[in-house]
Write a protein that binds this ligand. Structure first.
Ligand SMILES: [Mg+2]
Length: 221
């Protein structure tokens, strides 16, 4: 059965989330050190990761708490330096190198392309815009709109909304838990993107990166 629509996850599928997050955090710390924070980069980085683990990444006082945990007062000069450097780095995220050409090729081949992402709508749109990918998709679905976590119901709601047979839809993502498992439960075909060639889980296909997607789709036709 020829697939009609392809759905993409964003984080770690379209861009290297971990790499850019670490870069933004380290740049923030170094700007804070320049503004007077007394700690080594490694010391501060460890302290920041602890705060994030405790408060999740959607908390907006990370830097204040990190500075306090390092035994200092959250001086606004230091905090503002961190926030500025963090956002400057965040605005320079790039897709994995193969992503743009792979997406354009699939569009040219007649597939409808969508994003199926978990999180906050504004944040996910912001990422797509910064990645330069926002105009390439026919539509974008974020869990916030349809029930927060990526679940079987989230994927089922999308295919219903688009009036598509789930069997003709492909979900492409890096996570078994968020992408291949719930999308598979909703009747979609699934492709797991591993980057390192490890893991398979219950996905129908496994690829290293999006440059391998087109030839994988041919096997489904
Ligand atoms: Mg992901």
């Amino acid at each position: 059965m020829k697939p009609k629509a392809i759905f993409f996850d964003i984080d770690n599928t379209l861009y290297d989330t971990a790499k850019f997050a670490e870069r933004a955090r380290r740049n923030a710390i170094n700007a804070m050190r320049e503004a007077g924070l007394k700690a080594s980069e490694e010391e501060a980085y460890k302290a920041l990761l602890k705060v994030i683990a405790k408060r999740t990444s959607n908390y907006d006082k990370h830097f204040d708490e990190m500075v306090r945990n390092l035994g200092q007062k959250p001086d606004p000069h230091i905090i503002a330096a961190g926030i500025g450097a963090y956002h400057n780095t965040k605005s320079s995220i790039l897709p994995f190198p193969e992503v743009k050409s792979a997406i354009l090729e699939l569009r040219d081949s007649g597939y409808k392309l969508y994003v199926a992402s978990e999180g906050d709508s504004l944040k996910q749109w912001d990422k797509l815009i910064r990645l330069g990918l926002d105009h390439l998709f026919h539509d974008v679905f974020v869990t916030e709109d349809v029930g927060r976590k990526k679940s079987k119901d989230f994927y089922a709601a999308i295919t219903r909304k688009l009036k598509l047979d789930p069997k003709k839809c492909i979900m492409v993502g890096d996570s078994e838990e968020k992408d291949s498992t719930p999308a598979g439960e909703a009747g979609m075909r699934t492709v797991l993107v591993t980057h390192d060639g490890k893991g398979r889980g219950n996905a129908d296909f496994v690829i290293r990166d999006l440059s391998e997607l087109k030839k994988t789709l041919v096997k489904l036709e």
